[in-house]
Write a new protein. Structure first.
Length: 365
């Protein structure tokens, strides 16, 4: 049996602009065989079902994409089985997912059918109060991230002053030629998929770059703090789309409109941004080519602004940590909420639902 390929990623993220969702890119609904949408409250077993189903299918040799929750990276918000064109998605807030093609593609699984409503109603007041405190923690975290974003922007403006755009443009041209050659554009543009490879979580800054690079040729762009690689990566993405290749763009949680990494599955190439916040570990060095973005900077300008850059970095890191602390506190309230649902759920029915779900997924084999 062929060993399954496991990839990990985030379909949404905690950002300076609130919760940011790329859930519509988990799977293309028009190409999917089936999308199972799980509904239910906290502690009703959504993540556990997806973990067990994903692990079981992986043991049977199926490639699996595990979609992690940015508010608890140890929990799942979805799984995808690419070969079967099947996905299971957590369709509850803050990333509400409703059927686009009910019955034809989408199927709702309501886990709320298996809870004891009387027991939950008894805890109504504390559930409402705990939910409010959880919401307040996230709002505080997003205010902190917005403040960090503004300070980070100052450092980026300084590095823009120091950037030799001509040298960067030559690098982009040479890299695109290396990746795609001189072949003509495809008559059909390549499909695009947008997600996050990293997230700001209760456990700190978490990334899954290794799983997105394993088995691929890796182009590693080492960029100092404040260097924006979006222009380079956007040019690569646009060229890949013109050439007709499927392109996965992974965005930055601190700037969710900026690309941080590109994966070209058909070419088995990953182009990643690395810095002191995220890097690869455990990837065979023979498959990695590193380019230092520092070479495109005027270091006299960097030296002139070093006090400001040091201050900006210190403030940004400090404020992001405060945001992480707030997200961690939100998780503690979420864990408290789960307890009121867990003790009122019929786990025997959840197990039966999970087993039926696996059987149904395998009908698409």
């Amino acid at each position: 049996m062929t060993e399954s390929k496991i990839r990990h990623m985030f379909p949404g993220g905690n950002t300076p602009f609130g919760f940011y969702s790329y859930y519509r890119y988990i799977i293309d609904p028009e190409k999917a065989n089936r999308i199972f949408i799980l509904k239910g409250g906290p502690g009703t077993g959504k993540s556990t079902i997806m973990k067990i189903v994903g692990q079981k299918l992986a043991r049977q040799g199926y490639d699996i994409e595990f979609m992690h929750c940015s508010s608890d990276n140890n929990s799942l918000d979805g799984i995808v089985v690419p070969r079967l064109k099947v996905a299971i998605i957590d369709g509850t807030a803050p990333h509400v997912v409703d059927p686009l093609y009910p019955g034809a593609i989408d199927e709702i699984i309501n886990l709320g059918e298996f809870w004891n409503e009387e027991g939950i109603v008894e805890a109504r007041e504390i559930i409402l109060e705990t939910s409010k405190r959880k919401k307040d923690c996230f709002e505080r975290a997003y205010r902190y991230l917005r403040a960090a974003y503004e300070i980070k922007t100052d450092a980026e403006k300084i590095l823009e002053l120091a950037l030799d755009r001509g040298q960067e443009a030559i690098f982009i041209h040479d890299l695109n030629t290396k990746l795609f050659g001189s072949s003509s554009p495809s008559g059909i543009p390549g499909k695009q998929r947008f997600l996050f490879a990293s997230a700001i979580t209760p456990n700190g800054l978490i990334n899954y770059l290794d799983s997105l690079c394993t088995g691929n040729k890796v182009i590693r762009l080492y960029a100092p703090a404040g260097y924006n690689t979006n222009n380079i990566l956007k040019c690569i993405k646009d060229e890949a789309v013109r050439k007709g290749f499927l392109t996965e763009a992974y965005y930055c949680p601190m700037s969710p409109d900026r690309i941080e990494h590109i994966v070209l599955p058909e070419l088995k190439i990953s182009v990643i941004t690395t810095n002191e916040y995220h890097d690869i570990d455990g990837i065979n060095s023979e498959n990695v080519t590193t380019y230092n973005m520092d070479e495109f900077l005027n270091h006299d300008i960097i030296t002139d602004f070093k006090p400001q850059l040091d201050f900006d970095k210190h403030c940004t890191d400090t404020i992001i940590q405060k945001a992480i602390d707030s997200i961690s506190m939100a998780k503690s309230y979420h864990d408290k909420l789960e307890k009121y649902y867990v003790k009122n759920i019929d786990f025997q029915q959840l197990t039966l639902t999970r087993e039926k779900l696996v059987d149904k997924i395998l009908t698409y084999a």
